[in-house]
Design a protein around this ligand. Structure first.
Ligand SMILES: [Zn+2]
Length: 371
């Protein structure tokens, strides 16, 4: 289907083919503004083509703004193509939305650059950043369903993926789709090479994010709205706003008031996302208490069964060393990329349109927020 509401040139320019191109495009777009502040948090690891990896951060607007909108991309590495595109579109085509407001915008580009570059959801240590924000001085959560299914999810040999999937479906039919999805995706802290692994310590990306919150004195603002952009859950191309604040909290009320009745809550079972441990949201909740509204903007792609298949193949691949250019490796990586980043103009156009809508709502909500 041809894109119609946003020009094909804009779509092509905003959606990069690789992490390195996205990063370069982001840097160039910020530098063109002159007025924007730009800095990077570099990583020791390199990308598959030996490219350097960094999280880039840009502040747009007055340094002392009382209200701040934060747009973040690539919490789940490979999901960064959509988030980066929305950030670029904002930089190039949507800055007028800030005119005559007391709102500044903080762009956090590629908080997990390793996963973005290597086409993985997880980071350089196999950690799902969105399960990593727990208190590691306390006993780690136990996920008994994951433990029960671990050997089926990731069998010893690749040729067993299909037969073990049949076993998993039998488990699902006996226990229900809801428990199946929640058990697998909730997060686990016992299988470092497994799916949705939360780690054993704060990741580098978590430390970077905590430093960003501190450096920009975000806890000192009157109100902060965060939009963390993801892909892979829900109906194809629909951008679901997921709110993981406590049910009935003032943040949920703020989200409904600003973003409308489509806001969903995993805790109430109204979201395509099941409840989870260790969400990145929690460090923001902690830093700002009732002066923050954090939402995940999740763009649907294909079925969750397809997602599990793509992730299982990728995790088996990363159990060993491999040649990035090997055709079998590339087939696994491209399947994953296609799942989290459908290369169709209609999907990409709807991502940008929904991104513009949600950003406009957030800025308006911040403007109307009384100090
Ligand atoms: Zn995600």
């Amino acid at each position: 289907m041809q894109a119609k509401l946003i020009s094909p040139e804009i779509i092509k320019h905003c959606f990069a083919k690789t992490y390195a191109l996205a990063q370069q495009n982001f840097k160039t777009s910020v530098e063109r503004l002159n007025t924007a502040d730009y800095q990077t948090f570099s990583f020791d690891q390199l990308g598959p083509e030996n490219e350097t990896l960094a999280t880039a951060v840009s502040w747009i607007g007055r340094a002392d703004a009382s209200r701040v909108l934060v747009l973040q991309s690539a919490t789940h590495g490979i999901e960064g193509f959509a988030g980066s595109a929305i950030q670029l579109d904002f930089l190039k085509h949507q800055l007028h939305k800030l005119t005559d407001t007391d709102v500044s915008v903080l762009l956090i580009h590629a908080i997990n650059p390793y996963g973005f570059a290597w086409l993985r959801r997880v980071n350089e240590d196999g950690v799902d950043l969105n399960r990593n924000f727990i208190d590691f001085t306390q006993a780690l959560p136990k996920n008994t369903i994951y433990t029960e299914l671990a050997n089926k999810l990731l069998p010893a040999h690749e040729q067993d993926l299909e037969s073990s999937w049949a076993d998993l479906l039998t488990w699902r039919d006996n226990n229900g789709q809801g428990l199946f999805e929640e058990g697998i995706t909730r997060g686990q802290y016992d299988y470092p090479d497994g799916l949705f692994y939360g780690g054993q310590a704060a990741s580098q990306s978590r430390k970077n994010l905590e430093k960003i919150i501190s450096d920009f004195d975000l806890a000192g603002r009157d109100y902060v709205a965060v939009i963390d952009i993801h892909t892979g859950l829900g109906p194809f191309s629909y951008g679901e706003l997921i709110c993981d604040h406590a049910p009935n909290s003032s943040a949920v009320a703020w989200a409904r008031n600003v973003y409308g009745q489509s806001v969903t809550e995993p805790a109430l079972g109204t979201s395509s996302s099941a409840p989870k441990d260790g969400l990145l949201d929690y460090c923001w909740h902690q830093a700002l208490n009732d002066r923050i509204c954090f939402v995940t903007l999740e763009f649907g792609t294909y079925s969750i069964e397809k997602m599990f298949a793509a992730l299982r193949a990728d995790h088996l691949l990363h159990r060993q060393t491999f040649d990035w250019n090997d055709s079998h490796v590339q087939a696994i990586k491209q399947t994953l990329k296609q799942f989290f980043y459908p290369a169709t103009a209609d999907w990409q156009e709807l991502v940008l349109l929904r991104g513009r809508q949600v950003i406009a709502q957030a800025i308006q909500g911040l403007c109307e927020q009384s100090a």
